[in-house]
Design a protein around this ligand. Structure first.
Ligand SMILES: Cc1cc2nc3c(=O)[nH]c(=O)nc-3n(C[C@H](O)[C@H](O)[C@H](O)COP(=O)(O)OP(=O)(O)OC[C@H]3O[C@@H](n4cnc5c(N)ncnc54)[C@H](O)[C@@H]3O)c2cc1C
Length: 396
């Protein structure tokens, strides 16, 4: 066996949270290794479309943002984590800008949308490729830094040693002072087991969480899985696509078979998803040409200018499938999307095991049992930064 590679901080995962952790650990002076299961670009974060929340509106504040998170979580979130999330949101946006992310602007400020469960317009966007823009900027920064990346190197084993951790990642053995777990959720595996559609990428299988649990790390709200209210139901190539929630922010409404509104289209995600399922169960849904349940999302209500600025990718995809969402309603049904819970962390992203950190979708607490849209990319940035910094300091 080759001699183990040595780093101060090992980051596991190359989505938004892992990249944020790597940037911040590198800037704190640590020697950083970053491993990914597949290509470094392959992750859920790059697929995120709608946007990222931060209180920049004149009538808004981090406290109001925190209140909305608390209510949307049905008062199950960890309040301390929520305060960190919303309090650091504006500085996290500026940090992303410094790395090269260009958020969509209008009238001299950010273009802000109101997303489900939010009391204010708070969602910043980069068109409807926000996750792509954020991960691209961070990846480019990492590529120009001294962070060493190891694609196709899945974490298989993790063992606590006297002065840190030993990890087996594909063909590499890596010794590190501290480890940041940023390996995302497990919705792809659950959907495969249940025979359901999912928005997630194939790497979202959850084995890293299991490795941490086997070492003794604590979990919370792990059973709470989120269905995105608006999975694409038709045409077939759009099945499993997450229709951005910004469609509803810019005026699209949910309609039943009689073209009647049956729910508040901007309610919290779990309530909107349940309302769609109930409407279909009550016989007021529609059927796709291949026999799947659905309701209408009346996207014809969206102003063309708003769609061109905030939904260009969605428009392109549907039009390529022969449907123009600005001319006719599209068919939608909830789809498995997100793991709300995960590893217990403190405000520095440390798990219940010393020297083992977790950030992003693999961690629990920030959203309680129901996440608001746009708070996951934010969580990745805020707690990824914190994890990287704390892991670097502890390793030193
Ligand atoms: C289609 C879609 C749209 C979304 N839209 C939004 C949105 O608009 N706004 C928002 O806030 N959130 C959105 N989300 C949610 C959000 O994007 C994700 O929850 C978040 O980006 C997860 O980031 P992450 O870094 O925790 O995990 P991921 O981005 O999933 O990255 C996980 C990384 O871990 C790696 N990995 C997995 N297992 C291993 C292993 N064994 N060893 C090594 N590496 C491993 C993977 O290869 C990957 O690099 C969306 C999600 C999807 C799927």
């Amino acid at each position: 066996m080759d001699a183990p590679l040595e780093f101060d901080v090992l980051v596991v995962g190359s989505g938004a949270s892992g990249l944020a952790a790597a940037v911040s650990a590198d800037r704190a002076g640590a020697r950083v290794g970053l491993v990914a299961k597949d290509a470094v670009q392959s992750c859920n974060s790059a697929k995120a479309q709608g946007g990222i929340q931060a209180a920049f509106g004149e009538d808004d504040s981090p406290e109001q943002h925190a209140e909305d998170v608390w209510k949307s979580s049905h008062e199950t979130a960890d309040r301390k984590l929520v305060e960190v999330l919303t309090g650091e949101a504006p500085s996290a946006i500026h940090w992303l800008e410094e790395l090269g992310v260009e958020f969509t602007r209008e009238n001299g400020g950010y273009r802000l949308a109101r997303c489900g469960g939010a009391s204010r317009k708070r969602l910043l966007q980069v068109g409807d490729r926000t996750g792509h823009a954020i991960t691209k900027a961070m990846r480019e920064w990492v590529d120009g830094s001294s962070v060493q990346t190891f694609p196709k190197s899945p974490l298989i084993e993790l063992e606590r040693r006297e002065n840190g951790w030993r990890a087996v990642c594909g063909e590499h053995v890596i010794d590190a002072g501290t480890v940041v777990l940023a390996a995302g959720g497990r919705c792809f595996r659950i959907a495969a087991e249940r025979g359901e559609l999912t928005t997630n990428h194939p790497g979202a299988t959850g084995e890293v969480t299991q490795i941490a649990v086997d070492l003794g790390a604590e979990l919370r709200d792990y059973d709470a899985l989120q269905y995105h209210p608006n999975g694409g139901a038709w045409p077939a190539p759009m099945q499993g696509y997450s229709i951005p929630e910004t469609t509803r922010a810019y005026g699209a409404v949910l309609l039943n078979a009689d073209r009647e509104e049956f729910t508040d289209s901007l309610g919290p995600r779990d309530e909107v998803s349940q309302a769609i399922v109930d409407e279909v169960a009550a016989g007021r849904g529609v059927e796709t040409p291949d026999g799947r349940p659905a309701v209408y999302l009346d996207t014809t209500q969206i102003a063309e200018d708003d769609a061109n600025v905030s939904l260009p990718y969605m428009l392109r995809r549907y039009r390529a499938g022969g449907i123009d969402p600005l001319d006719e309603p599209i068919l939608t049904y909830p789809v498995l999307h997100y793991q709300n819970g995960g590893l217990v962390i403190d405000e520095h992203s440390e798990t219940t095991l010393e020297g083992l950190y977790a950030c992003g979708e693999i961690a629990g607490g920030t959203h309680g049992r129901n996440r608001m849209m746009g708070n996951s990319l934010l969580e990745c940035t805020v707690f990824g930064r914190r994890a990287g910094k704390a892991a670097a300091e502890k390793a030193a």
